[in-house]
Write a protein that binds this ligand. Structure first.
Ligand code: PA5
Length: 531
């Protein structure tokens, strides 16, 4: 394609939304003429499905629940007065609580003011808060945020050491435990480890803890029973990965001192724009259609997210969950095996140009890129790093250079351009991708709002822990005797689980907690274990 034709294509393939300060360029996607027409009926169905969902339909039939994250920023659209009141009430509660904390009226047991925030959660109860915290943090933040997002003891120790190094440590740390179900083990473990750390520091955890969870959940019961200083609701009609604009995301953001009204306003504006039924003028539908085109509706190409802005580096991780947990499904709505999904990865440009972009340019062509450009480089003016050139000019140069190089090698890309990176833009980006995922799910006929694979992983871990209990009990009952993995598995009647037993014993012997010791044998399988 010559330069003139390419310019004409560029002009024709823009979803320009000046009211949002956002433009989506899809000129570097190689869809055929007539693609939009060929997808018309499917797009119409996706619009209808979304309208029904926003109207309160049971859009997640497997879990028999409504899907209401759009109401969080437009409570007047909620299907019942009760939901509307709950949303407004929760927002008021968050703002009042953040104010009490910031003014020192809600204060720690032994300090005058909370200055640190430890957020404990995982998946949808951590990725959004982490992304937003990183994207919008400034030196003026009212509290410094730390996260436990795993059950890794060493990871928690590291985070606690960071808290300790930050002035007053746990004495001035408010811990927010987030779990919609209230029963997630990683989060429960993080809470117990934090509680123990407070105790070691001579502090009562309850005087420093608040919960965000479903009413009556295990976590809720602990928070009530132990008299934590606050409880904030999670409702069954908000899914984990779409809960950033519920208390899950708004409470940590408000405590950090971020503008949550602007985030909600941005999301609301994006929702309004992406309700437009004209596919080419709806950036969420254009995204969904381009994903469909790139992967032929089968997820055949990976989505590489390349935001050219450090603050957006966790956006790729956030989107990885939003897209892959929503779209990665074995069955369609009719129960047919479809094994859908789109793989998502990425960090930030231009840093990634010194990592995997080499392969994107020259290696296997199994992806499409999404560049994210933020027009305003920084608050204020920049110095010149070369005569007449700033660091931001280089960032722009690298983005354009990579986009061009990919195109020259026949690799597809989308570019999302936003005017500036602020709380409103973050709200818009979240809402844009939430709706694009919903549209795509309709295009390929799957339920985006359940996560059977996650539940399966939780069950499998439970079975491993149950086997560990048996093995430890057996070795303790046979103190002084030694067993190979095979012998131990056979002895407790789980011969079929010998591999699991082997992993468990190897793990137990590497740690001092259970008193299990290993004696090396001629091969790792002849190693014997005992107490
Ligand atoms: O998006 C989801 O539904 C999941 O990733 C959950 O957020 C995650 O499993 C954590 O669940 P919970 O908030 O119940 O602790």
């Amino acid at each position: 394609m010559d330069a003139r034709a390419l310019w004409e294509r560029y002009k024709a393939c823009q979803c320009h939304c000046p009211q949002l300060g956002l433009t989506l360029d899809y000129s570097r996607m190689h869809f055929a003429d007539g693609f939009f027409d060929s997808m018309h009926a499917q797009a119409e169905k996706a619009f209808a499905d979304m309208q029904a969902l926003e109207g309160g339909a049971i859009a997640n039939p497997d879990e028999k629940r409504m899907v209401g994250h759009y109401w969080l920023r437009a409570p007047e659209l909620a299907p019942t007065p009760q939901i509307k009141t709950e949303i407004a009430g929760c927002l008021g509660l968050i703002k009042r609580f953040a104010k009490l904390v910031h003014t020192g009226k809600a204060k720690p047991q032994k300090g005058s003011r909370f200055t640190n925030l430890l957020v404990i959660g995982i998946g949808g109860s951590a990725l959004g808060p982490q992304f937003v915290s990183r994207a919008l943090s400034t030196p003026k933040d009212k509290m410094k945020a730390f996260f436990f997002d795993n059950t890794d003891p060493d990871g928690m120790d590291y985070m606690l050491s960071q808290i300790a190094a930050s002035g007053k440590g746990l004495r001035e740390t408010l811990t927010v435990v987030i779990s919609k179900s209230g029963g997630t083990k990683e989060t429960r473990n993080g809470m117990l480890e934090a509680k123990a750390a407070y105790k070691k520091a001579g502090l009562f955890f309850a005087r420093h803890a608040v919960a965000v969870t479903g009413e009556g959940s295990e976590l809720d019961k602990v928070a009530v029973g132990d008299g934590w200083i606050g409880r904030f609701p999670m409702w069954d009609w908000v899914g984990g990965r779409t809960s950033e604009l519920a208390a899950v995301g708004l409470l940590p953001a408000a405590l950090q001192g971020l503008d949550i009204d602007a985030m909600l306003r941005g999301a609301r504006m994006m929702d309004e724009a992406t309700r437009a039924k004209d596919a080419k003028h709806n950036p969420a539908m254009v995204l969904a259609l381009m994903w469909h085109h790139a992967g032929r509706g089968r997820g055949a190409k990976d989505m590489v997210i390349l935001p050219y802005r450090d603050r957006l580096e966790l956006f790729s991780k956030y989107l990885q969950q939003l897209v892959m947990e929503s779209l990665g499904k074995e069955l369609d709505m009719q129960g047919h095996e479809v094994n859908q999904g789109i793989a998502v990865y990425g960090n930030k440009g231009s840093t990634d140009q010194h990592a995997y972009v080499q392969q994107l340019r020259e290696g296997v062509n199994n992806f499409f890129a999404t560049f994210i450009e933020v027009l305003r480089c920084r608050a204020g003016k920049s110095m010149q790093v070369e005569v007449g050139v700033t660091s931001g000019d280089f960032l722009d140069g690298f983005l354009q250079g990579t986009r061009k190089a990919l195109f020259e090698k026949g690799r597809e890309s989308l570019t999302l351009t936003v005017d500036a990176l602020d709380a409103e833009t973050v709200g818009k980006l979240i809402a844009l991708y939430e709706r694009a995922v919903g549209f795509y799910a309709s295009l390929v006929g799957i339920n985006a709002y359940h996560q059977p694979g996650v539940e399966a992983g939780k069950k499998a871990a439970g079975a491993v822990i149950a086997l560990q209990h048996k093995l430890v009990a057996y070795l303790k009952a046979n103190k002084g005797k030694r067993f190979t993995s095979e012998e131990a598995a056979e002895a407790i009647g789980t011969k079929d689980e010998v591999e699991t037993a082997h992993w468990i014993l190897r793990h137990l012997a590497a740690n001092p907690d259970h008193g299990i010791k290993a004696k090396p044998g001629a091969t790792q399988f002849e190693t014997t274990y005992g107490v």
